[in-house]
Design a protein around this ligand. Structure first.
Ligand code: GAR
Length: 213
């Protein structure tokens, strides 16, 4: 399965996906890293690992439709099968998401459907919740919405700052995103309406996955 990863900045999740994909027998190949931001730090890592990079700067386009059309043309030229959003901070149009239905996955630093959007760590602490975490989900046109593939819960500690909480969640992101990509590439993720069911996952993976509905 040929995969494109979209980033906007640091790209630590992208690095976790690339490292996993280089393991023997991994069922997906990362063929390009695309960024809307020419200064995204993650582009350097990609170049150092000889992965083709592509910058499509949203500032060069008058509207979202044209920006997404440029991305689409590039992906079709690269014969991409699956898109992984990894800290890609642009909303994609419904047309684009529908064109790639069930072929875009995203990581978000909360236990969705709680805390969609921005400033999630601050909001999780301020809510008084005891747990938050991270989610990999199939992308739908609504922001941070779609069938959940994998989640990891992280406790919120009394002493937590948004930064300390974000750092602990990020460690978990780097575990669940490679797992979710592997399951997608193995075609074990079956979408039933708003629910993603995982076929034949092994016991050690099951604790990170949403329960069977
Ligand atoms: C990650 O924490 C990711 O979950 C979050 O941005 C960060 C990117 O870090 N994504 C979102 O908030 C999307 N709604 P990274 O560039 O080091 O992977």
């Amino acid at each position: 399965m040929k995969v494109a990863i979209f980033i906007s900045s640091r790209g630590s999740n992208m690095q976790a996906l690339v490292k996993a994909s280089q393991e023997e027998g991994f069922p997906a190949e990362i063929v390009t890293i695309l960024s809307n931001n020419p200064d995204a730090g993650g582009l350097e890592f990609a170049k150092a690992h000889n992965i083709p990079t592509k910058v499509i700067n949203h500032r060069d386009y008058d509207n979202r439709d044209d920006f997404d059309a440029a991305i689409n043309e590039y992906l079709e030229g690269m014969q991409i099968d699956l898109i992984c959003l990894a800290g890609f901070m642009r909303l994609l149009t419904a047309d684009f998401v529908n064109r790639w239905r069930d072929s875009i996955i995203n990581i978000h630093p909360s236990l969705l459907p709680a805390f969609k959007g921005l400033h999630v760590h601050e909001r999780a602490i301020e809510s008084g919740a005891r747990f938050t975490g991270c989610t990999v989900h199939v992308v739908r046109p609504e922001m941070d919405d779609g069938p959940i593939i994998a989640q990891a819960a992280v406790p919120i500690l009394q002493k937590d700052t948004p930064e300390s909480l974000a750092a602990r969640i990020l460690e978990q992101e780097h575990k669940i995103y490679p797992l979710a990509l592997k399951l997608m590439a193995q075609r074990k993720v079956k979408i039933h309406g708003s629910i993603a069911r995982i076929e034949g996952c092994v016991e050690s993976e099951a604790s990170l996955l949403n329960p069977e509905a």
